[in-house]
Design a protein around this ligand. Structure first.
Ligand SMILES: [Zn+2]
Length: 71
């Protein structure tokens, strides 16, 4: 297997950044509506966001979310 050059590694990091980090936004968790729990009282924490009430979405999902919210 060929070793990656410094430039190639740099490009790879950039690609990963574009793909996984850039443009991702935090929105209130859809599964629990941002509360971190499925119900208001005495319920287990939301598995979707692990009880944080927030979730990260990529730009495409974020666009969908904004569209739904504006209805
Ligand atoms: Zn949640």
């Amino acid at each position: 297997m060929q070793q990656l050059t410094f430039q190639e590694r740099k490009q790879e990091r950039k690609d990963n950044y574009e793909k996984y980090v850039k443009g991702w936004k935090e929105i209130p968790c859809i599964a629990c509506n941002g509360t971190g729990y499925y119900d208001d009282f005495n319920s287990p924490k939301c598995e979707s966001c692990n009880g944080t009430g927030k979730t990260k979405v990529n730009p495409e999902e974020y666009k969908e979310y904004m569209k739904l919210r504006n209805l």
